[in-house]
Ligand binder design. Structure first.
Ligand code: 13P
Length: 252
């Protein structure tokens, strides 16, 4: 049985006092999780706070991006060793907002994936199609292309030490969730594609769904055979919603 993993992606939200209240509210409510894991990916300036508040809890933490370079003249960038200084477990790689707004192409995403793993961080590798691509019936081609870029440089074995997140761009922050069947179809495609290279890696890979997941729709999504939890944006900023989503992952 694969574990379910729910990760919050706070995006560019929060401040010291709100974060403290949010984390302190969720810690005790998730203390008994044993069939699901949960994590929060916070903005860089709050990694120190996340580490301090979460270190004795069962909630992991991580970042939302990283540089593919080890160090050097890269103004504004953050390296893997800096993330290690704050004991990050996870780092999101290739989020669609990074791809669309900051010009991260497949090759850059693949380089970041490799850099994360080299440092012992677990990449949460995001793939997903736009509405136009879905309507053009090229969802599988787009997802395959995004995966192939990473497979080409990292190899299939590397996926065993990563998490994959299917995030249809049209469902992110729109309130429009993929139906459990729509999401399951793409998750099955992803797992099948990996299975053609390694059945073992495919069977063990955690594939999260992301895109307008809420307490009210989480259980239905997570009960699909190839959906192993979620990557949660907006709802991860509400303690009640995030706890409900994590509890859904624990119960299915
Ligand atoms: P929402 O849950 O706000 O749709 O965001 C999903 C997402 O992008 C998580 O990375």
């Amino acid at each position: 049985m694969r574990e379910k993993l729910v990760a919050g992606n706070w995006k560019m939200h929060g401040n010291l006092s709100e974060n403290k209240a949010l984390l302190e509210a969720i810690i005790p409510q998730l203390a008994d999780l044993n069939r699901a894991s949960c994590a929060v990916c916070v903005p860089y300036p709050y990694l120190f706070q996340a580490q301090a508040v979460l270190q004795n809890s069962n909630i992991s933490w991580g970042a939302q991006n990283l540089s593919q370079h080890e160090k050097g003249a890269y103004t504004g960038e953050v390296s893997t060793s800096m993330l290690q200084d704050f004991a990050c477990k996870y780092v999101i790689v290739g989020h669609s907002e990074r791809r669309a707004l900051y010009g991260e192409d497949d090759a850059t995403v693949a380089a970041k994936f490799v850099a994360a793993q080299k440092a012992g961080l677990t990449p949460i590798f995001c793939v997903g199609e736009t509405l136009e691509e879905r309507e053009g019936n090229i969802t599988e081609q787009v997802v395959a292309r995004q995966m192939d870029a990473v497979l080409a440089v990292a190899g299939v074995a590397a996926l065993a030490k990563s998490v994959l997140a299917y995030e249809p761009v049209w469902a992110i922050g729109t309130g429009k969730t993929a139906s459990p069947e729509q999401a399951q179809a793409v998750h099955a495609f992803i797992r099948g594609k990996i299975a053609s290279a390694s059945a073992e890696v495919a069977a063990g890979l955690v594939i999260q769904y992301g895109g307008s997941v809420k307490g009210a729709n989480a259980a239905q999504l997570f009960s699909m055979p190839d959906i192993d939890g979620g990557l949660i944006g907006g709802a991860s900023l509400s303690a009640d919603e995030f706890v409900a989503i994590c509890r859904a992952a624990q119960q299915v």
